[in-house]
Write a protein that binds this ligand. Structure first.
Ligand SMILES: [Zn+2]
Length: 437
């Protein structure tokens, strides 16, 4: 066990160390517009610097990325290995780029994506075709009729040079940023805060986890018009409101806006608040050419996927961290594996019971998948002491499902049946409703 734990620590460290950093202060040293650590309100959006155009130039030896801005910004750029990526962290930007920009690469860049990673912080992630270094990176002030521009120049290098570039001191300060995002997430819900002197609220706490967010769009349909991250956030908020209306539970959301939250942090929200139930909300899509499927599916955690489709789906959902530019797959867990195993056995029973109750309620009102109960190794379901399920509301690749998913009536019915299942679940486990830690 100890060996294994050490191995994981080393892996986790090498992943974090696997980054070369280029920190470039620019003429504009002021804090980014907007208040970091606070959820952005729509009214504040206009004050964020705007990115109006992005383009790539060059070839497989040297590739240049240019982002047009309306004012200079500070940024931080660094490379990551396995897979090769370059990450650019920026203050929160308002991206007004043409739809589909970034999906086609050029030279050393396979593709790139952009979005919020936390309130106050945006990120651009470049997927590279191979190892490359950031030869130069800078922000140009407006000049000669050109707007201010962020420029990243990449140069091809070999793997050996790439690895040598990754000195320990070059390790990016990713962790504090993630911690901040997590704190903001926790703050985002007023029910989570307890004022001094107030009696503790002992009602069971339910964590609702809208999947994806920010830079991670989730599945998409209709050329990007339909994004999983928006759909599941809307659904999650509606579910929260319905559950809170019963007055019987406290609810915490892992995100309440379009922010990227790493998978581990979602699990941490549930664990740190001793949640009694964790419900992750997603919408699936079948890859092109793999037929059609429809209806909602409820997933629980298992080492072995219940079928090939469940395995494929867990793989897709687990990619979220890599999409966000951060890959903490091998981050050491806080608890020894053996303790996890013990706690997980009991938790698994509760998770499965909730999944069955949920299916029983949902099938009366909602179209379900032909095999509605499945299991696979979803990272977001891995809290060893919090019963957890992941609900795929339907398939955005199916026209019928897509119509349901955007229908107010369907959503009302679905959050209603989910709330009934939650009631049934807690009615049966009154004694263990508030697990101690
Ligand atoms: Zn998803």
């Amino acid at each position: 066990m100890a060996n294994r734990a050490n191995h994981r620590v080393l892996l986790g460290c090498s992943l974090l160390c696997a980054a070369a950093i280029a920190c470039v202060p620019t003429a504009s040293q002021s804090a980014p517009d907007g208040v970091p650590g606070q959820a952005s309100s729509p009214a504040a959006v206009s004050s964020f610097p705007t990115a109006s155009d992005a383009r790539l130039a060059g070839d497989g030896k040297q590739t240049r990325f240019v982002l047009d801005l309306d004012k200079p910004v500070q940024f931080r750029a660094f490379a990551l290995a396995d897979p090769y990526r370059v990450v650019v962290d920026l203050p929160q930007l308002s991206f007004k780029l043409a739809a589909g920009v970034g999906s086609a690469g050029r030279g050393l860049v396979k593709a790139f994506r952009y979005g919020l990673v936390m309130p106050g912080g945006s990120r651009i992630v470049f997927d590279l075709t191979g190892p490359a270094k950031i030869a130069k990176s800078y922000v140009l002030e407006a000049a000669n009729g050109q707007p201010p521009r962020l420029v990243i120049e990449l140069e091809e290098i070999d793997r050996t040079a790439f690895v040598q570039m990754l000195a320990p001191e070059s390790r990016p300060e990713l962790r504090p940023a993630i911690a901040d995002a997590n704190a903001a997430v926790a703050q985002g819900d007023s029910t989570a805060a307890l004022k001094p002197g107030q009696a503790p609220d002992t009602r069971p706490l339910i964590v609702i986890d809208p999947g994806h967010g920010g830079i991670d769009n989730g599945t998409q349909a209709g050329g990007g018009d339909f994004m999983e991250k928006h759909l599941v956030l809307g659904f999650g908020l509606a579910l929260r409101d319905r559950i809170e209306k019963t007055g019987k539970y406290r609810v915490v959301m892992t995100r309440t806006d379009d922010t990227f939250v790493p998978l581990n942090d979602r699990v941490k929200v549930a664990r740190s608040q001793s949640a009694a139930l964790f419900v992750s909300i997603h919408a699936d899509a079948l890859p092109r050419g793999e037929g059609d499927a429809q209806g909602a599916t409820i997933y629980t955690l298992s080492d072995k996927a219940s079928d090939a489709e469940a395995e494929r789906l867990a793989e897709t959902e687990n990619k979220s961290d890599a999409i966000g530019g951060v890959n903490l797959t091998d981050e050491p867990t806080e608890v020894a594996d053996i303790l996890i195993d013990l706690a997980q056995r009991e938790t698994k029973t509760f998770s499965n019971r909730f999944a069955r109750l949920l299916m029983g309620e949902m099938k009366q009102t909602v179209r379900m998948h032909k095999h509605p109960l499945k299991s696979a190794g979803f990272r977001v379901l891995k809290a060893p002491d919090v019963p957890s399920v992941l609900v795929e509301l339907g398939y955005v690749s199916n026209k019928g499902d897509r119509e349901y998913l955007v229908s107010e009536n369907w959503r009302n019915k679905t959050v209603g049946s989910m709330t009934q299942a939650i009631d049934a679940f807690f009615a049966k486990r009154v004694v263990t409703a508030a697990p101690g830690k």
